[in-house]
Every structure is written in structure tokens, then in C-alpha cells.
Ligand binder design. Structure first.
Ligand SMILES: [Zn+2]
Length: 473
């Protein structure tokens, strides 16, 4: 073993920057003292080339893969994850999204005004995401500059965080302090640079003058933006028919006000018309695709093949608190289920790329995270994988990471059975809020419970960062 080198040996998944996933049933990942990758590949080839001693190289605690990144998640909703739409009726006026915000979400966000509570929420968020192998991403905090600062201070630098802009259709206690906004953003941008994301809650809650001020501040400080777009039909109708009838479309509001020029991460994009897809594709936007949230809130199914063929960058994200879990494995499983019947591009390999290499590029860290290559961070997670070592990448992801079988996938594809039938209605007609929602909700929660806690260890740039107190790899 060459001095200064460290290695870990085991079944290894390496998502490709271009397409597919390389898989080595007996693989090795070699790093140096600076926490950089030196080599990755099949054990026989790399061990011979670098003169590695088999007795000196530890075995992994399961499948080795790059750490995960979540490009759309709400920190203040972490304490109410999975209870986003609790006690909301089947068909409230304005739809379930707007009713859930008012009844369950806004009160949880309001509590983060208190710094002690905000610190507690951020600490729990940091621990829980890391335990699920998620080392960074893009998050929403609240309208409170102090809470946003707490999140940026407490979370690792691989997390970007947004001070939320909001000045309408929300409680008075959750309105942006507009007179101090420029000073607040300037101070946060000074201390945290591009880790601060200018965050337009969504066009329902932000009027055009506030949005334009956010865009101007983003340009002034070289920051990017994030928002929600085309999540639910009732929300889209409110935007296009009542609030902004002159803008042409929901996406047209963001195009007109300059938001699309600020490299935005746009969450959901389910009910996009062709002209909206063109607007998004013609900008430097990317899409946060959240299948669990879109299922549990009955929002619909994002048109995956349309987004792919338009060449719009996209990644799988949890949208916690609408999801009950920060596990991106649950999101991968739901991605396969929601698209099984209508898209041939929703493969297990693609699902893994969409939680690793795709978000790394969206977040501007693709040169050091998301895939394994010489010179990148020696960062990886080890995930429990029961039974014999999988033979292929597809087996390793579907069976090993997600605990699903080909027969499971077939049942979602064929449309047989109550769950697949409910999924078809969600996509094509709109959910039956009684039976369909109960079936899909139970399935998601069972999947979440099964896939949480499967990450055995998280290593960041050569240091074990989870579980706490672990010996170095
Ligand atoms: Zn969201």
C-alpha cells in the first residue's frame, strides 16, 4: 500500500455524468490524505495498479455510492414531515395545497421566529438528513433573516438556504419585512455568498413588485433563485385566471419578472403547457421533481419524457414536509412507481443518477460531488445490502438500495391492482380522495419506513461524519 493512500472495498455503484451507472460487484474506492479520490474501479485492476494489500483494505458495510443531495426541501417543515395535509378535507376551496399551507405549514414556519426553536429545528434536520445519506442541497428556511442565518451557520457548506419572500395570501406574522429586505439580503450574501438563495415562495404569495426586488437583489449579489411552479390545478387556475391573467401562463409570470434569468430551481412543474416548457428550456432553470409530495398531495405526475426531451436539468427531491421522510431512496422508489406505466426512461439507474450526479450539477458542485472520479472528493456512503452481492447495477439499485423486485415494478407498469389504478387516476384524471389517497398514502409510508435507517456510514472528504463518534474508515 502506497503511503498516504486510503481505500474501501465492496460492491460499488458509480453514477455516470452522461448516462447509466457503472457497477463493480467487487469494487474499490481509493483516496489520499487530502480527502481526494485517487482511483475507482474493479478491485483486481485497481489493486494491481496501485499495489494495494488486500489485508490492509477494509470491507465496506454494504453498497458504496456517492453521497446524496436534495435540491428542494423545507427546513421549518421538518418537524411536521408527513403531516403536511393532516386533517385537510377531500376538496377544500382552493385545493389541498393552499388549505394545508394555511392550517398546518404556516404555523410551523411561524414558530421559527424564535431563535432557540430555529436552532433546534435546524439541528434535527441536520442529523436526520445525514442519517439518510444526504450531505447537502437547496433548502427553504422562513421569512425570518435570523432563522435563515442560523440555518446557514449550523448546516455544512454543501447546503444552500433561502430566506423566503412572501407578502400576500399568508398570515401577517409570516410576511417579509419589505423595508429591511435589501439590508437583510445584503448582510446574508456578504457572510454566506451563493449559499444564500433568493427564494420566491410562489406566485400566489409574492406580488410582482416584491418578486422584481428579489430578482434585482439576486442580480446585484450574483445569487440564484428558487420557487414553486405549476404544482396543482387549482393553484395554476388562481395564478392564470385571477392573479396574473395578463402574464400568459404561470411560467410567464416568472419569465416576465426576470426570475427565470436567475438560474432558478423550479419545484414540481407538473401542469406545464408546451409554451411553458419552451420558456423553461430557454432559460438556465432546473426542475426539482418530487414524486412523493406530488402523490401525497394529489398534485399529479410530472411529464418526465417531455422535460427530458426538452433537455431541462432535473433532480429528485423530497419537498419535506410534504414527504414523511428525508430518505431519497423513498423518492427513488416513488419515481419508479409514478412513471412505470408511462415512461421507459424511469429506470433504477436513472433514479440513482437523479439523486447524485444530477443534483450535484444543478447545485454547482458537480466538479467534486455526485460521481466518483480522480480528483473529486473522497466522499461516499455505505448502504445496507442484505443477501448475496448483486450481479448488475439494476439489481443493486432495485433490490439492494430500494428493496423492490422486478415483479413489483411490473405491477405498477401494468396498472393492475388498487395502487396502480390509483396512480393512473392521479396521472390522468385526478385522485379519488377517499380510496385512492388511502391506498397510495399507505404504500408511501410503508416504503418510507422500510428505507429509512439503511445508511450505515457517511464519509465526507475522508472523514466519517455519520454515525457520530465512528472510527475513521
Ligand atoms: Zn416545496
Amino acid at each position: 500500500m502506497i503511503a498516504g493512500l486510503h481505500a474501501i472495498r465492496g460492491p460499488l455503484l458509480n453514477p455516470s455524468p452522461t448516462a447509466g451507472v457503472d457497477y463493480f460487484p467487487d469494487g474499490v474506492l481509493v483516496g489520499d490524505d487530502r480527502g481526494r479520490i485517487v482511483a475507482v474501479g474493479a478491485w483486481d485492476e485497481v489493486a494491481a495498479r496501485l499495489n494495494l494489500d488486500a489485508a490492509a483494505v477494509p470491507r465496506s458495510r454494504g453498497l458504496i455510492l456517492p453521497p446524496l443531495l436534495d435540491a428542494h426541501i423545507h427546513i421549518p417543515q421538518h418537524p411536521i414531515r408527513g403531516r403536511f395535509a393532516e386533517n385537510i378535507g377531500a376538496d377544500p376551496p382552493g385545493g389541498r395545497l393552499l388549505a394545508s399551507l394555511e392550517q398546518n405549514v404556516f404555523p410551523a414556519e411561524g414558530r421559527c421566529e424564535g431563535p432557540a426553536h430555529a436552532r433546534h429545528v435546524v439541528a434535527d434536520f441536520a442529523t436526520d438528513t445525514l442519517a439518510n445519506g444526504v450531505i447537502g442541497g437547496a433548502a427553504y428556511m422562513t421569512v425570518h433573516p435570523r432563522a435563515t442565518r442560523i440555518a446557514l451557520e449550523q448546516l455544512p457548506e454543501s447546503w444552500s438556504v433561502g430566506l423566503v419572500l412572501m407578502n400576500g395570501r399568508c398570515p401577517a406574522y409570516l410576511r417579509t419585512n419589505e423595508p429591511s429586505l435589501a439590508d437583510d439580503i445584503t448582510a446574508l450574501a456578504h457572510d454566506f455568498g451563493r449559499r444564500l438563495i433568493v427564494t420566491d415562495r410562489f406566485a400566489v404569495s409574492v406580488d410582482a413588485p416584491l418578486r422584481k426586488q428579489g430578482v434585482a437583489l439576486a442580480r446585484q449579489h450574483g445569487l440564484r433563485m428558487q420557487t414553486h411552479l405549476d404544482e396543482q390545478r387549482a393553484e395554476k387556475a388562481l395564478i392564470e385566471e385571477v392573479l396574473y391573467p395578463e402574464a400568459g401562463s404561470y411560467t410567464g409570470v416568472y419569465a416576465r419578472d426576470g426570475l427565470l434569468d436567475c438560474e432558478p430551481i423550479l419545484a414540481h412543474c407538473i401542469h406545464v403547457r408546451p409554451e411553458e416548457v419552451d420558456l423553461i428550456a430557454g432559460s438556465a432553470s432546473s426542475i426539482a421533481h418530487c414524486p412523493v409530495s406530488n402523490t401525497l398531495l394529489g398534485s399529479g405526475v410530472m411529464p418526465l419524457d417531455t422535460i427530458r426531451s426538452a433537455g431541462i436539468p432535473h433532480a429528485l427531491c423530497t419537498d419535506v414536509g410534504a414527504s414523511p421522510t428525508t430518505s431519497l431512496f423513498c423518492e427513488m422508489a416513488q419515481f419508479l412507481k409514478v412513471h412505470a406505466a408511462a415512461s421507459s426512461s424511469a429506470t433504477p439507474e436513472e433514479a440513482l443518477r437523479l439523486v447524485t450526479v444530477a443534483p450535484a450539477r444543478m447545485l454547482g458542485v458537480g466538479d467534486r460531488l455526485g460521481t466518483f472520479a480522480a480528483g473529486m472528493e473522497w466522499s461516499f456512503i455505505e448502504v445496507a445490502c442484505d443477501g448475496p452481492v448483486p450481479a448488475t447495477a439494476r439489481e443493486a439499485i432495485l433490490g439492494g438500495l430500494l428493496g423492490m423486485s422486478e415483479a413489483d415494478l411490473d405491477s405498477w407498469r401494468s396498472g393492475d391492482g388498487p395502487a396502480a389504478a390509483a396512480m393512473r387516476r392521479l396521472r390522468d384524471e385526478g385522485l379519488d380522495w377517499g380510496h385512492d389517497l388511502a391506498v397510495l398514502d399507505a404504500d408511501v409510508r410503508a416504503t418510507a419506513a422500510r428505507l429509512e435507517g439503511r445508511v450505515r456510514r457517511v464519509t465526507r472528504a475522508g472523514k466519517v461524519v455519520w454515525p457520530p463518534g465512528s472510527p475513521v474508515a
